[in-house]
Design a protein around this ligand. Structure first.
Ligand SMILES: Nc1ncnc2c1ncn2[C@@H]1O[C@H](COP(=O)(O)OP(=O)(O)OP(=O)(O)O)[C@@H](O)[C@H]1O
Length: 591
């Protein structure tokens, strides 16, 4: 049995044991709250920890799930099970509207927007006459399974923890899948994810909905467990607590949600017991809790789980991914252009930043199978030209065509879909994910599994095919030995090779490398040169943006030299090397 299954089994066994043995009722009550909090903070883990979207509004969605079911079951007499679906439907609708309104915001604006709508939802719930205003709703019926009403908290404990463990298993499966890797890629900003073909906005909306639905389920369980609700557990303060749970537990980790929920619940209880003895009555719990959380995070900035995990017995330690893809079928390849066919046409492209013309009507083309270098001193406009071709920057003027089709002005994910893959001047990767998984992200557009298929475990065959391809590409660049290592452990030269493997995993027709030799040591440059020569031998078409003239000389078929945003000359490496103009521009020599 693998370590993850064993962990689940142990938690389930512990909950079962506690609920069936005569431990004090208070323990069971706490266990129930920990389970409920963990379900909601799993959503925060996904949204904030994994996707990097800070939300203070999780409690408001817990409230929507709780009030929807409480209202129709206590006031309308309808089954709480229908209440669950009503709650999910209302939550999904509200979350979708909020997501569309706020998720395009970035920086501080998004967390501020979540505060705004958390307050708005809280005061709406608190002011609705039919929801009992600040007094809330009473006499909420218990959940029942057949004729068995779950009135006892020990029975309820089993339901809460079954839901919590199913939710955790679902989130774990999601994270270890094609859409999961796309969600994880959101954390590093949108440029890399979009270059892999991921619709970053689409995934932000999906993650936001999943987080809200998890909160809604927690609220539904909460309402029928407490049998009475009022707005206070759904306030902004509670939203901050859910964020505390995820961050303190180990934001980004499913196990962190459980750790955080346990620590915060137990801390809250202890604060409630001890605080009045020191400072009398008063509502000081949240400030004291906040201070403790800050102190804990000062010593454990990644949360508690990463510190606890290494202490687990070996049996529960999660090892490297099982290599089960050897026999998987190869992924289909895209049709490639004939050698010599015009692949990329850059026609009088121009980019203006305010008063600065960064790229001034530059034209060149690339034939299939050719390696073209784009050279120039610092600030010449190479990266901007690169960004215009890859869709990261918008064209002020001009055209870019790939195999005769216009791609200028398309978003980068659509350019990637047509077969243009790229690397980055400053390596962009997911450092905590393995090298293999990082490379598999490059195959995003060659695979199709969505969230539901992945969570249901129906995408395993495709995953195996993807990992087979990722391993093949790592072998191609000489990094197979490192495939199970966290990508963050790689030296710069290896990280650049990993980016090339990731780009190759997309089966491109054109590979664009942005200053691949920058910052590399001599030996690393030699390894990179070897890989690029090998790709050249295989007929790969390449555009190499470089600063280092020596590096590109024996690699390229043709070189385009830029200076001050304009094309200075174009020619073979020998012609470029011999050009006094280029030497003057490049080496600062006299004409
Ligand atoms: N987003 C931006 N806003 C304003 N100016 C910019 C922006 N991006 C680039 N520039 C300017 O455009 C010019 C060309 O920059 P670019 O980064 O394309 O040059 P480069 O040849 O790639 O240089 P390097 O080798 O240093 O990366 C520079 O003067 C730069 O300051």
């Amino acid at each position: 049995m693998n370590a993850i299954r064993l962990r689940f089994l142990l938690i389930a066994a512990a909950v079962l044991l506690m609920s069936q043995t005569p431990v004090p009722d208070l323990w069971i009550t706490n266990l129930n709250y920990i389970g409920l909090f963990a379900i909601a903070s799993l959503g925060v883990v996904l949204l904030t920890g994994v996707a990097g979207l800070t939300s203070f509004g999780q409690a408001a969605f817990v409230g929507l799930g709780a009030y929807a079911s409480a209202y129709i079951s206590s006031v309308q007499g309808i089954s709480p099970w229908l209440g669950l679906f009503l709650g999910l439907a209302i939550t999904a609708s509200v979350a979708l509207v909020l997501a569309l309104l706020t998720l395009r915001m970035s920086g501080h604006y998004l967390p501020l927007a979540t505060i705004a709508w958390a307050l708005a939802l809280y005061y709406t719930m608190s002011n609705m006459e039919f929801l009992g205003k600040y007094d809330g709703l009473l006499s909420i019926p218990p959940l029942s399974i057949g004729s068995l009403a779950l009135t006892h908290e020990r029975a309820y404990c089993l339901v809460i923890w079954t839901v919590a463990l199913i939710a955790a298993a679902g989130v774990l499966r999601l994270l270890d899948s094609r859409p999961g890797r796309a969600i994880r890629a959101l954390h590093g900003g949108s440029v890399m994810a979009e270059a892999m073909g991921v619709s970053t906005f689409g995934y932000k909306v999906k993650v936001f909905l999943i987080a809200a639905l998890l909160a809604s389920v927690s609220g539904w369980l909460f309402a029928h467990f407490q049998r009475a609700i009022n707005p206070s557990p759904f306030s902004l303060g509670k939203g901050i607590e859910y964020l505390f749970m995820a961050v303190l537990g180990g934001v980004g980790s499913v196990w962190g949600a459980f750790t955080g929920a346990t620590v915060i619940k137990l801390l809250e209880d202890q604060i409630q017991v001890w605080l009045p003895r020191f400072i009398g009555t008063g509502n000081y719990e949240l400030p004291v809790l906040g201070a403790i959380v800050v102190l804990l995070l000062k010593h454990a900035p990644k949360g508690l789980w990463p510190y606890l995990e290494p202490w687990l017995p070996k049996l529960l330690a999660i090892g490297q991914r099982k290599r089960d893809w050897e026999a998987a079928a190869a992924l289909p390849l895209r049709d490639k252009p004939q050698q010599g066919q015009t692949l990329l046409e850059v026609v009088e492209v121009r980019k203006v930043f305010g008063g600065l013309v960064a790229v001034n009507d530059v034209s060149f083309d690339i034939k299939a199978g050719e390696i073209v270098g784009l050279l120039g001193p610092n600030g010449a406009g190479k990266s901007t030209t690169f960004n215009l071709i890859t869709g990261v920057a918008s064209l002020s003027n001009g055209r870019v065509r790939l195999l005769g089709e216009e791609i200028g002005g398309l978003p980068s994910r659509l350019i990637a879909r047509r077969g243009v893959s790229r690397t980055f001047q400053h390596v962009k990767m997911l450092p905590e994910m393995s090298v293999l998984e990082n490379v598999a992200l490059g195959g995003y557009l060659r695979s199709h599994a969505g969230i539901l298929r992945s969570v249901a475990g129906l995408a395993r065959d495709e995953e195996r095919r993807l990992f087979r391809e990722a391993e093949r590409q790592l072998e191609r660049v000489g990094l197979r030995e490192q495939m199970h290592e966290p990508a963050g452990n790689l030296a710069l030269g290896q990280a650049r090779l990993m980016e090339i493997a990731r780009a190759l995993c997309a089966d491109p027709v054109l590979l664009l490398l942005d200053e691949p030799a920058a910052g590399l040591r001599h030996q690393e440059k030699q390894s990179l040169g070897r890989v690029l020569r090998q790709l050249k031998g295989e007929g790969m078409s390449l555009l190499l943006v470089e600063h280092d003239m020596e590096f590109v000389m024996d690699l390229t078929d043709r070189i385009v030299v830029m200076e001050f945003g304009t094309k200075l000359m174009e020619g073979t490496p020998a012609e470029v090397q011999a050009s006094p103009q280029v030497r003057a521009a490049y080496l600062g020599m006299e004409h």
